[in-house]
Design a protein around this ligand. Structure first.
Ligand SMILES: C[S@@+](CC[C@H](N)C(=O)[O-])C[C@H]1O[C@@H](n2cnc3c(N)ncnc32)[C@H](O)[C@@H]1O
Length: 230
């Protein structure tokens, strides 16, 4: 899967996504990450990409022209896919939206800065707006990294163990189960006995029960079907 990230801080995004399973997947070419700086498309003498808002008010706004040129250039390469604007005003990201987006071949993520982007760009080019939560951060880069990571890990070949994404919280409407491993300090004390029994059926049954119990306790909304994460 290919991710285009339109950002004034391409190094920030490339660096943040260069670690762990996502970093390895990009290195191996299972995921493609293409960070594009609208400043390279400014088309003016001082490479300006922002200006004061019409009507006055504090802060600056990302200008239409550079962003429009980036999209047109991606379109010429037939490489734009679904255009997503990261925005606190968008639909809140959850697992089912990630799973849906993971079926696409290409996503173009637009990171705002300052007071946001010229609305005419959103109206003309954006297919959907996605928020990572009801709070405001200073730029779309951190949100874009969340989107790439959450979607990227659904893509075949990204996780070492192809099964492990399926056991994650939210994948089957339940939370994930508690995990235990070797400890020199604690030995095996506090580890549920069944996990040491070697009985795979009993372990599966215990995990299923744990997932339901934990979900009832921590996220009853998931079981009641009232959560937007379902
Ligand atoms: C300082 S914010 C601008 C917020 C804007 N003035 C508003 O009230 O909606 C700058 C950029 O950060 C990104 N951003 C901020 N909060 C976000 C969130 N919760 N989810 C996704 N992106 C966010 C957006 O790209 C936004 O354009």
């Amino acid at each position: 899967m290919r991710f285009n990230v339109i950002t004034l801080f391409p190094d920030m995004v490339a660096e943040a996504l260069s670690y762990g399973v996502i970093g390895k997947a990009i290195e191996k070419g299972v995921l493609a990450l293409n960070c594009i700086n609208p400043r390279d498309f400014a088309g003016n003498k001082h490479n300006r990409v922002d200006d004061k808002p019409f009507g006055g008010g504090p802060g600056m706004v990302m200008m239409y022209d550079p962003l429009h040129r980036v999209i047109e250039s991606l379109k010429q390469q037939a490489d734009v896919g679904e255009v997503v604007f990261l925005s606190p005003q968008g639909k809140q990201l959850n697992q089912s939206l990630c799973n849906e987006l993971a079926t696409m071949k290409c996503l173009t993520l637009v990171c705002g800065r300052y007071e946001g982007v010229d609305q005419r760009f959103v109206d003309e080019h954006v297919d959907q707006e996605i928020s990572i939560g009801d709070y405001v951060i200073s730029g779309g880069e951190a949100a874009a990294c969340v989107v790439v990571d959450a979607i990227g890990r659904q893509i075949k070949g990204v996780l070492g163990d192809g099964e492990s994404a399926m056991n994650d919280s939210f994948m089957n409407g339940l939370l994930g189960v508690p995990q235990y491993t070797r400890s020199d300090l604690l030995g095996q004390s506090g580890v549920p006995e069944v996990l040491l029994s070697g009985h795979h059926q009993a372990i599966s049954a215990w995990r299923e029960k744990q997932a339901t119990t934990l979900t009832e306790l921590k996220r009853p909304d998931l079981l009641a079907g009232t959560s937007e994460s379902k």
